[in-house]
Design a binder for this molecule. Structure first.
Ligand SMILES: Nc1nc2c(c(=O)[nH]1)N[C@H]1C(S)=C(S)[C@@H](COP(=O)(O)OP(=O)(O)OC[C@H]3O[C@@H](n4cnc5c(=O)[nH]c(N)nc54)[C@H](O)[C@@H]3O)O[C@H]1N2
Ligand SMILES: Nc1nc2c(c(=O)[nH]1)N[C@H]1C(S)=C(S)[C@@H](COP(=O)(O)OP(=O)(O)OC[C@H]3O[C@@H](n4cnc5c(=O)[nH]c(N)nc54)[C@H](O)[C@@H]3O)O[C@H]1N2
Ligand code: SF4
Ligand SMILES: [Mo]
Length: 688
């Protein structure tokens, strides 16, 4: 199994070990069956404990995506107006030569006018930011702030716990109380949900805290349907109750936390009555939740997910919730504590992969990917620097997934913008490209993966040869570097060398080649003895670093930018969480999966529908000051009054009127981490 070539072209079936590339906390280990050079089926690897032989529906149909009749197989050059989707096939050589000439001309004036745009289409360390980052660093292009998903919560976790670490996912099975907070685990974190089921079988109580009655909420003993963006108020009221009833671990607080007196005073301002009014839930729900949490002590486990931090106060909300386990001493046992992300456990050698040293003394500006709509339309200025003249998009579909689509589309439609898109498919973003370059999928290239839901490193081997003329992202940037005349030796590193350089000796690469995964040595209960990676070494209820940056040093409740009722024109709050059979905008073009999702829809409460003479199945117009979006209404009882759920993220061109839910979302940012506020959005709905 150690051989590093593709399986033989014979009738004999071979199993190839890989890793799921998608932006999902589960990072499954894959086993692909190959025969005669064709991938027949992708399975979950039974030898990998976190995967346990099981994949989600999306990826168990991976061959349908890989061999999709609409896979991009040759380089394409635009031959119609921008956005028309008219292209002609060209050779790699002519595409790369022309792209290099265009970039060289722009860089001669100011390389910062060139911007990479990428996210987590693949989470692989090799096919995301390795060769690509080297290329842009050497060029001196603008840097991209990759905020589109998790930056508010990540930054909050770092201020509070010092790093993105938490409980190990398998120990949720031992918890007696599990709070699933802002997470639709059955949809987005299936392998965690399997641990929850184990815990339930052993008598654990499971409570879901989510404005939407999700598939996960259906299966919990209790569901607390608070208003979007009010989680910090709920957490502060829980603290107030923990104090009132003395469900506190005074010893843990004294030894391992910072700022208790100040936090205590803040929490006492939040009696349950106040929080109940803010959250739109009952006082009893808060009191009972506090009792359950306080009495479960070190067997209370919280699974937070990024869904609850896509609002103005998302960072503060994560900070408030992340304080709870330190108050009750839940960190003392491995069955207690909290998990938002485990990615801090991986010592990825980013300098080696990305080579920021290639910048030399240059310090390019940084562009926030969440405000790409505005930034593409910004003229040159002393403040901003040069207007963006060239955009290279890979591992992302910004025209569909970035907020405030009208602005994003307007930017992409600029005739004077030179756009290159590396893709598997002709996405909404690829429609606006000058060049579309065909990229390989996970079955066709090498990669190495960390995870944000468990603590194993996974290796991905290619199972089949690249389809058509597709090339790995790395190879495209390698060849582009050559055409640009970049001669540094680092542009010659191959993908296996890149994979080997991603980690230090703590990851045994020979073991990875053999088995496909390696467990990192991590403690069972990471903060049992404190040892937080904060400046004080304690769980920082009060953060001096936050205070020094001009923010409140203590967590607080910050109301949404748009709360759905503050502007009478737009009385409904809208959230747009993931659809189960899509992954962001990936898989929307896979027919069998799109068939399960049906049509773009919003879920609405029966009272809100009745007030607008809307019936189930009606086509409606959802609108606000930024735009309007047509979709179908579902009265499936998953929406709370005053809140609509617009499940994401459809390809615009596969929707009813060539748009999607991001036509309505705003470019305003979160309190921490400069993240997007997708779920902080006020709208009105009327029959179309
Ligand atoms: N099938 C599938 N899996 C996915 C994804 C997908 O698109 N589809 N997306 C992947 C990605 S990119 C990520 S980042 C991860 C994590 O993805 P998340 O986006 O966190 O995904 P979910 O856990 O599905 O959804 C979050 C839940 O938060 C709820 N929510 C929304 N607003 C609030 C709020 O203000 N407070 C609270 N308490 N809850 C709120 C939503 O109703 C939803 O049920 O999942 C990944 N997994
Ligand atoms: N309204 C609303 N908007 C959202 C969200 C939401 O919940 N609601 N979720 C947000 C979140 S959490 C995230 S993470 C972002 C995600 O946004 P993106 O990271 O843009 O994710 P995807 O939409 O899945 O698009 C990834 C693209 O990368 C391509 N790709 C995959 N692998 C490769 C590869 O190896 N090479 C190349 N060249 N391309 C590849 C896929 O074909 C796909 O088109 O969306 C955000 N947008
Ligand atoms: S998307 Fe998530 S659950 Fe599905 S196979 Fe990939 S890692 Fe596993
Ligand atoms: Mo995400």
């Amino acid at each position: 199994m150690k051989v590093t070539t593709l399986p033989p072209l014979t009738d004999q079936r071979t199993e190839v070990l890989g890793a799921c590339p998608h932006d999902c906390p589960d990072t499954c280990s894959l086993r692909t069956t190959v025969q005669n050079g064709v991938a027949i089926q992708v399975h979950g690897n039974p030898a990998h404990p976190a995967t346990d032989g099981v994949l989600c529906t999306k990826v168990s149909r991976y061959t349908e995506r890989t061999y999709h009749p609409q896979r991009l197989l040759t380089p394409l050059r635009r031959c119609g107006p921008k956005g028309s989707g008219q292209f002609e096939a060209v050779s790699w050589d002519s595409a790369l030569r022309d792209i290099a000439a265009r970039l060289t001309a722009i860089a001669a004036r100011d390389a910062q006018a060139i911007l990479p745009y990428s996210y987590a289409g693949t989470m692989g360390l090799v096919q995301s930011e390795s060769m690509a980052a080297r290329f842009f660093h050497r060029l001196g292009a603008s840097l991209l702030e990759r905020t589109i998903c998790a930056s508010a919560g990540a930054s909050a976790l770092e201020y509070t716990l010092g790093s993105k670490r938490g409980m190990q996912v398998e120990f949720f099975a031992e918890a007696r109380l599990i709070l699933i907070w802002g997470s639709n685990s059955i949809t987005s974190n299936l392998h965690f949900w399997r641990r929850v089921q184990q815990a339930k079988r052993q008598g654990a109580k499971v409570i879901c805290i989510d404005p939407r009655r999700s598939e996960t909420a259906d299966k919990c003993q209790q569901h607390i349907a608070l208003r979007p963006g009010t989680d910090a108020a709920l957490a502060l009221a829980l603290m107030q109750q923990l104090i009132q009833h003395n469900w506190l671990d005074h010893d843990y607080i004294a030894q391992h936390t910072l700022g208790w007196d100040a936090l205590r005073a803040r929490a006492l301002e939040w009696p349950p009555e106040r929080a109940a009014a803010v959250c739109g839930i009952s006082v009893a729900e808060i009191e009972n939740l506090a009792r359950d949490y306080g009495q479960a002590g070190a067997h209370a486990a919280i699974r937070l997910n990024y869904g609850m931090q896509r609002v103005h106060g998302g960072g503060n909300a994560v900070r408030a919730i992340a304080c709870l386990p330190a108050l009750t001493g839940a960190w003392r046992q491995r069955s207690g504590g909290l998990l938002l992300s485990s990615s801090g456990a991986f010592a990825v050698r980013r300098q080696a992969l990305q080579r920021p040293d290639l910048l030399g003394t240059r310090q390019p500006r940084t562009i926030n990917m969440s405000t790409i709509g505005d930034d593409l339309l910004r003229p040159a200025s002393a403040d901003f620097g040069p207007a963006i003249e060239a955009l290279l998009v890979y591992n992302s579909n910004p025209v569909a997934i970035a907020p405030d689509s009208a602005r994003v589309v307007q930017g992409f439609a600029r005739e004077d913008l030179f756009t290159v898109v590396l893709e598997h498919f002709q996405t909404d973003s690829a429609d606006y490209a000058d060049y579309v370059l065909p990229a390989t999928t996970q079955l066709e290239h090498w990669d190495i993966h960390s995870s944000y839901g468990h603590t194993d490193v996974l290796l991905n081997r290619p199972a089949i040869a690249p389809l058509g003329q597709a090339k790995p992202n790395t190879q495209i940037f390698r060849e582009l570097a050559q055409h640009m005349g970049f001669t540094e030796a680092c542009f010659a590193d191959d993908d296996l060398q890149l994979a080997r350089s991603a980690f230090g000796p703590e990851v045994d690469f020979e073991h990875l080649l053999e088995h496909g995964f390696v467990h990192l040595p991590v403690p069972d209960a990471p903060f049992a003895q404190g040892q937080f990676a904060t400046p004080s070494g304690r769980c920082e209820f009060f953060s001096a670093a936050l205070a020094a940056s001009g923010q409140d040093g203590l967590p607080d409740y910050l109301p949404n930018h748009e709360s759905g009722s503050s502007d009478p024109r737009y009385p409904l709050a809208m959230i747009s969480p993931p659809a189960r059979n899509f992954l962001n905008s990936s898989f929307v073009n896979v027919d069998s999966l799109r068939a399960i999702e049906g049509q773009p829809l919003i879920e609405m409460h029966a009272d809100d529908a009745a007030a607008r003479q809307i019936q189930a199945g009606d086509t409606v117009r959802v609108f606000n000051q930024r735009g309007s979006y047509r979709c179908v209404v579902d009265l499936n009882q998953r929406a709370r009054p005053g809140v609509i759920n617009g499940l994401g993220v459809w390809w615009r061109k596969l929707g009813l009127d060539g748009s999607n839910v991001n036509q309505l979302t705003s470019q305003r940012l979160t309190d921490m981490g400069r993240g997007p506020t997708f779920y902080d959005c006020a709208v009105q709905v009327e029959r179309a």
